[in-house]
Design a binder for this molecule. Structure first.
Ligand code: 5GP
Length: 194
């Protein structure tokens, strides 16, 4: 997605060879116009899949997911990172290991919002080593739902997430694929023009 790549070049900041900061439009301040475009792009890519619900992770997955939900005319559920006081029964939980923080945390959803009749599109802001996406897959699986694919806004293709997810037979659609963050520079994966 060219407009997203342009935004990454113009407003992203390479913090290290492994970390890209996009607080200017996705992780802190949000660009609603770009989010709308992102939502349309995800909706187009998964239009034929009969998606009934979008599953994401708070907080940065919510904006692109809501825009995709609007386009596909389906609800969005976000897994919570902290247990809510009002979310008491019927919880499904999964562990997420963060390589950057070197810690494991729990994420959860209320089981009543995902059923075996659902066909789910998982969306997240970044794909690195695939741990967050894998936890969302487990939540959908525990709910008995079908997962049609995973939509990622920014994929760091030099990390292992895509391989891990594809090995599970899951379709991964990333809107920007980064090949390298070396020398403080963002280089995208060269993709064949369709
Ligand atoms: P994974 O679980 O795939 O290893 O990492 C994905 C999660 O870690 C995303 O949900 C995102 O919040 C965070 N993340 C991983 N790499 C980056 C990065 O380079 N920049 C930002 N802003 N977040 C990242």
């Amino acid at each position: 997605m060219e407009s997203l790549k342009r935004k990454i070049i113009e407003e992203g900041r390479v913090l290290s060879e492994n970390v890209l900061k996009v607080d200017a439009f996705l992780n802190h301040q949000i660009d609603p116009f770009l989010m709308r475009e992102i939502g349309k792009e995800f909706a187009g890519r998964f239009a034929a899949e009969g998606i009934t619900k979008i599953l994401t992770l708070e907080s940065s997955g919510i904006a692109p997911s809501v825009m995709a939900g609007l386009e596909l005319n389906v609800p969005v559920i976000f897994a919570r990172k902290r247990k809510s006081l009002t979310m008491t029964d019927g919880l499904l939980t999964a562990s997420v290991y963060s390589f950057t923080k070197q810690e494991t945390s729990e994420v959860s959803i209320a089981s009543k919002y995902v059923s075996p009749d659902d066909t789910i599109l998982i969306i997240d802001d970044f794909l690195a080593n695939g741990q967050a996406a894998q936890a969302l897959l487990k939540l959908a699986d525990d709910a008995g739902a079908k997962v049609s694919g995973i939509g990622i806004v920014i994929e760091k293709s030099f990390q292992h997430g895509r391989k891990l997810l594809e090995a599970k037979g899951v379709r991964v659609e990333s809107l920007a694929r980064i090949q390298s963050l070396k020398d403080g520079k963002v280089t995208f994966v060269q993709e064949a023009v369709e």
